[in-house]
Design a protein around this ligand. Sequence first.
Ligand code: DGI
Ligand code: FE
Ligand code: FE
Length: 191
Amino acid sequence: MELIRINCHKDILINDIGIERYNHSLRVMKVASELANRHDVNVEKAKIAAYYHDCAKFKSKTILLKRAESFDIIKNSIMEKNTELIHAPLSAEIAKKDYGIKDKEILEAIKNHTTGGRYMSKLDKIIYLADYIEPERNFPGVEIARKLAYEDLDKGMLFALDNTIKYLIDKKQLISTETVEIRNELLENLD
Ligand code: DGI
Ligand code: FE
Ligand code: FE
């Protein structure tokens, strides 16, 4: 039902985040819908979450910071120093406020899409992974991530988290506690 409304927001989204990021969201939407089918998750929820997952990745950093401030989003020094992380929780707030998305599971998946977080649902993992493996991503290891994501969500997540953590270490960047927490949780529960 909500899917019908999606097209209404196309022009605003393209204006806010740019056509390239908008097209990225459409690619994430396609992968998310395939993963949802594969792993028995509600396809419509996956599509909506994917469509709006980067809705707050504003081209203007001034707007990003202003809107983050209005929602009191910046909770820790990791986010303060890595403003890239702000767009995920902010996208959830804006999807709710500006685009009328009420579904808590969709909003949670949007919120968790960059760093992950504790107790991720299957929908959360699908959005995280679809974002990570959409067809235009071409970093070393992406083919393995694609294969794992279709076979087993948890193994796909572990691979993606490990890869991201290694990348952040190489770049001397801070690693968010959410990323470490979900990695530990998945490792502990691995069979
Ligand atoms: O918004 P997208 O580009 O589609 O993808 P995304 O939301 O996954 O953001 C990717 C960026 O987020 C990438 O530059 C790595 C960064 N990132 C992910 N986890 C962490 C992180 N950056 C820091 N500093 N710490 C993290 O834990
Ligand atoms: Fe993102
Ligand atoms: Fe994205």
